[in-house]
Write a protein that binds this ligand. Structure first.
Ligand code: SF4
Ligand code: SF4
Length: 209
């Protein structure tokens, strides 16, 4: 004989399915009022003002002090360039005023802690509202903050050129300093020789008297 509890269990399962399907039907019929998801990426939700997303850099304000990269706990900010107006990049990075040749953030490593914003003297680096930065390729996860695009091999060519220019300028400066030093020493030696010659002619004059 089948126990009564057996039928009770079947009844409870059927009842719970019925209740569940009722809730689904209710949401289906009222989906416009009860909707809690959006059709991303066609629709985008409002992002709170304090959201820490993808970085932005106001290139023309950056003084290349490396404070942001120094404080980064995961070392994912890479900066290169020439500080001051006499660098090889004078006139700007692709039309901009800065003397930077590289300023990238590696998003395979960044933890969006926002620490890099804090020590920046001109407050020119900040984490904006954008959060969508994705790729199936790890090499595409480094953002070039100078172009607001992915850092590419084309950018690397520019960085290599800037490094070469930097080295050439350093070499030129060094040679110029050495030439100036040599000229000063030659000047000193000539002055000393003239002095000795003068003293010699004075001594000759005195002995003739
Ligand atoms: S948000 Fe944090 S982890 Fe990301 S670059 Fe800035 S300091 Fe580094
Ligand atoms: S801390 Fe600010 S000024 Fe200094 S290198 Fe970073 S972004 Fe530029």
């Amino acid at each position: 004989m089948i126990p009564c509890a057996y039928f009770m269990n079947i009844f409870k399962v059927a009842r719970s399915i019925w209740i569940g399907m009722g809730i689904t039907l209710k949401y289906f019929l009222n989906h416009k009022k009860t909707l809690c998801t959006i059709q991303y990426p066609k629709e985008k939700d409002l992002i709170p003002a304090r959201h820490r997303g993808i970085h932005y850099l106001e290139t023309e304000k950056c003084v290349m002090c490396w404070k942001c990269s120094d404080i980064c706990p995961v070392d994912c900010i890479y900066i290169e360039g020439v500080r001051g107006a006499d660098g090889p990049l004078q006139g700007g990075y692709r039309g901009q005023k800065a003397t930077l040749s590289k300023f990238t953030v590696d998003y395979t490593v960044c933890i969006f802690c926002g620490l890099c914003e804090e020590p920046c003297p001109p407050k020119c680096i900040w984490l904006g509202p954008e959060f969508d930065y994705h790729s199936t390729d790890r090499t595409m996860m480094e953002k070039n903050l100078l172009t607001d695009e992915v850092y590419t091999e084309g950018d690397e060519v520019f960085v290599e050129w800037a490094r070469g220019e930097n080295n050439r300028l350093q070499e030129e400066k060094k040679k110029q300093k050495e030439a100036e030093k040599a000229a000063k020493e030659a000047e000193k030696a000539a002055a000393a020789a003239a002095e000795t010659e003068e003293e010699g002619s004075d001594a000759e004059g005195e002995s003739a008297e």
